[in-house]
Design a protein around this ligand. Structure first.
Ligand SMILES: Nc1ncnc2c1ncn2[C@@H]1O[C@H](COP(=O)(O)OP(=O)(O)O)[C@@H](O)[C@H]1O
Ligand SMILES: [Mg+2]
Length: 458
């Protein structure tokens, strides 16, 4: 906070703010809503006109990383007109847009700050160091309009699960990453990471990560989420955060995921399990209306229009449609709306974390029926790992040499090879040519599962 404050003080913008407040009041005056005259009657029968102010400035201007906010005390009789005057204020202040937002008994004229001033909006480190000692059970979000550190208490009974919503580029994944890092730095919890776009990768090597790494392949995500859902009521004694980015995308590719998420969302609060999902839209038809009802906290960034804002927040009065993107968010739950700027994890911070805790892919849980099939001698001894037979997979032909190569890669690099790498390797090695993406994916899965299988049978 100190750093933000000093940065602002250095600019000595006192007169800038005073000038803008002056212009705002000027617009009110021109529109005839600054004051009105009332006739007061005296007991002696005479009367006189008296001027009554309907709009008065609040003493200070709030400056957030993204906005200047000019506070006014406003008589409710002029409030409806004032709310429609955002374009006039923008014109008078010579800025592209403003918003008139009501917060308690203060009305703010919210003016976007210059994007040139925005570069280092608000780093994770700045937000983190505003206050020490975030308790386990809470996650860091960023700073609110009063430049206080904003945390989300996930373990509060009114919160439990959260959805991060907004259009592409609004800063969803950035927020999710900051929440993950805060969980890892606070300690006392495990985090399960599901992200088909692999943005969580730099955070996947920390010891708190469930199953030792990132789930990114949609089929692996399905397995992982199923395993988590199956653990409910059994051994999840620990505070567990389940982060899933790109949820509609995952469900479109693996429809079963919808069911697993529904179980996690429903049973979570009793199991100490907290779901945090990222999505561009929250459509009940995609995600399931029960699941949506079980996710009371909405963290919403830039959305296309008022109807998208309503859909994302479940409320009409949040002003989410005027958010600017790049980490400009509102936090909404049943009772409150809070505007905030997301703490931004810089590439340097992420790289530093990845250097300390080398990122890894998750050990994908094996389904019981698959395990049984794999015990059959044909798999252990055969020249190729053939599917078919009793395990429900289509017949396949992935030679052991290819699996060995993939295993060697994993041992050397500490993570899985890319599909392209598998293609090139198999193209060189096999007369039948390189594996396509599907087959490469299958091969990787078979290869990395092999060591785990050995353990299971010992
Ligand atoms: N809090 C933030 N502060 C500054 N820039 C941000 C912030 N959040 C996002 N951005 C910018 O926007 C880009 C897209 O963010 P991202 O989190 O990937 O959005 P989404 O997941 O919603 O598509 C980032 O690469 C970054 O440049
Ligand atoms: Mg994203």
């Amino acid at each position: 906070m100190d750093r933000i404050k000093t940065a602002l003080d250095k600019k000595r913008q006192g007169t800038h703010y005073a000038d803008r407040m002056h212009r705002i009041l000027g617009v009110c005056q021109d529109c005839g809503i600054l004051w009105h005259e009332e006739r007061v009657a005296f007991t002696n029968g005479s009367s006189a006109l008296r001027r009554v102010h309907d709009i008065e400035p609040v003493g200070r201007v709030l400056v957030t990383p993204r906005y200047e906010k000019y506070g006014l005390h406003v008589n409710t009789r002029v409030l409806p007109r004032l709310k429609r005057m955002a374009p006039q204020f923008a014109y008078a202040l010579n800025v592209p847009s403003t918003a008139v937002v009501v917060d308690g008994n203060t009305v703010y004229i919210r003016v976007p700050r210059n994007d040139a001033e925005d570069e280092g909006l608000l780093t994770f480190e700045e937000a983190w160091s505003i206050a020490e000692g975030i308790p386990a059970g809470s996650l860091l979000l960023g700073v609110d309009d009063d430049r206080r550190q904003l945390v989300l208490e996930m373990i509060a009974p009114t919160n439990v699960h959260a959805a991060v919503v907004g259009m592409t580029g609004s800063g969803k994944s950035t927020l999710l990453k900051s929440m993950i890092l805060s969980a890892q730095r606070i300690g006392g919890s495990q985090v399960a990471l599901f992200d088909p776009s692999r943005g969580f990768w730099p955070l996947s090597g920390h010891p708190s990560v469930w199953r030792g790494g990132l789930f990114s392949d949609p089929e692996d995500c399905e397995r992982g989420l199923e395993a988590l859902a199956n653990q409910i009521g059994r051994d999840l004694g620990r505070l567990t955060y389940v982060f899933v980015d790109e949820v509609p995308d995952l469900i479109a590719q693996r429809p079963q995921i919808k069911k697993h998420l529904a179980r996690l969302a429903q049973a979570g609060r009793h199991a100490g399990l907290h779901l945090i999902i990222g999505a561009q839209h929250l459509l009940a038809s995609d995600i399931g209306s029960m699941t949506l009802r079980n996710i009371p906290v909405r963290l919403v960034g830039r959305v296309a229009d008022p109807s998208a804002a309503y859909q994302a927040t479940g409320r009409r009065d949040t002003g989410a449609e005027s958010l600017r993107g790049r980490g400009d968010f509102v936090a909404v739950n049943g009772t409150m709306t809070r505007h905030f700027q997301v703490a931004y994890l810089t590439d340097a911070e992420l790289e530093e974390w990845a250097r300390r805790y080398a990122p890894r892919d998750a050990m994908v849980p094996v389904r019981p029926e698959v395990r049984k099939a794999e015990r059959a001698p044909v798999h252990a001894l055969g020249h190729s790992v053939a599917g078919g037979g009793g395990d429900g997979r289509p017949p396949d032909d992935i030679p052991q040499e290819a699996l060995r190569e993939i295993n060697r890669y994993v041992r050397q690099h500490g993570h899985r090879p890319s599909l392209n790498w598998v293609y090139r390797m198999t193209k060189e090695m096999l007369p039948t040519g390189g594996f396509n993406r599907d087959k490469a994916r299958r091969a990787i899965r078979l290869a990395v599962r092999a060591p785990e299988r050995a353990q299971l049978h010992e």
